[in-house]
Design a protein around this ligand. Structure first.
Ligand SMILES: [Fe+2]
Length: 277
């Protein structure tokens, strides 16, 4: 069995009972958690790649913590541009903390060292220094998996590229000696399913659990950039050879049906005259 973990991002919780852009972020996070508990409880842990809350208020972190307490597997909480570091660290035991007080940390797994970065506001020299020393301290045969809120490169969705990681060059310089060992880069922030490679490092990101960002590559488009496209969480399967990322639309209620025709019916007739009577 491959090693499994869950990727959740951009939960954007506000206070209990509050809706955000017409959607209830707590109800949606609860639905994601219920789905994970039912179908993915064999996952080792979940990683939430930032924008845990929408305004960084203590009550929002309490709301987030209360929801996540229902998750049957452990989780790691990271910060995004909507978060507030102190409130996050005060409110969440699941937020890692580096010696400088940033929300950074690592987790050793059977598939290498997972590294969680704090990109809130900017990736300052202290945070980059922690990353450099963390990577340098890892045994040279250890694979690495990196998690951050902001993508360190433009994804082509102009509105999000405008608010991407400002220290992309500095980040690239720090990871340069380790690129061949980084199996995957996971990030959030863009509220869209996007995957590809950053140099030769495979990457993926996915929809948030509340609102989304519409697919818009035109820099001139400035209106109606947010959307109610369906929310998702990611399921990641890793073995020695491969790392596979699934994006699951956990609220989807569209029809599910068997490929095979009912007994006594031809498969072709079933497909062409669906649904079978
Ligand atoms: Fe977000």
């Amino acid at each position: 069995m491959p090693f499994k973990f869950i990727h959740i991002t951009d939960t954007h919780l506000a206070g209990p009972g509050l809706k955000l852009y017409g959607l209830d972020p707590r109800t949606r996070l609860d639905a994601a958690i219920a789905d994970i508990n039912t179908h993915q409880s064999d996952a080792a842990f979940a990683v939430v790649t930032g924008d845990l809350t929408h305004w960084g208020e203590p009550a929002s972190y309490a709301n987030f913590a209360e929801a996540m307490a229902g998750l049957k597997i452990p989780y790691i909480a990271m910060v995004g541009n909507h978060d507030r570091r102190v409130a996050c660290l005060d409110g969440l035991k699941a937020a890692p903390r580096d010696p400088n007080g940033f929300v950074q940390g690592t987790r050793t797994t059977e598939h290498g060292l997972f590294v969680f970065l704090d990109t809130l506001d900017e990736m300052c020299a202290k945070r980059l220094g922690w990353l450099a020393s963390t990577l340098a301290a890892a045994p040279t045969d250890t694979p690495l998996v990196v998690f951050m809120h902001h993508p360190p490169f433009p994804v082509g969705v102009y509105a999000m590229d405008e608010i991407a990681l400002k220290q992309s060059a500095e980040f690239a310089e720090v990871i340069a000696p380790y690129r061949s060992r980084i199996r995957h880069l996971f990030f959030g922030h863009v509220h869209r399913p996007i995957f590809g490679s950053y140099g030769k490092i495979p990457f993926s990101t996915l929809r948030g659990t509340n609102h989304q960002v519409w697919f818009e590559l035109d820099p001139a488009a400035t209106d109606h950039l947010a959307s109610h496209e369906p929310p998702a969480y990611g399921v990641v399967l890793i073995d020695q050879e491969n790392l596979v990322v699934h994006s699951h639309d956990f609220l989807d209620t569209s029809l599910r049906f068997p490929f095979a025709a009912p007994a006594g019916m031809d498969d072709r007739d079933y497909a062409l005259n669906f649904p079978a009577r």
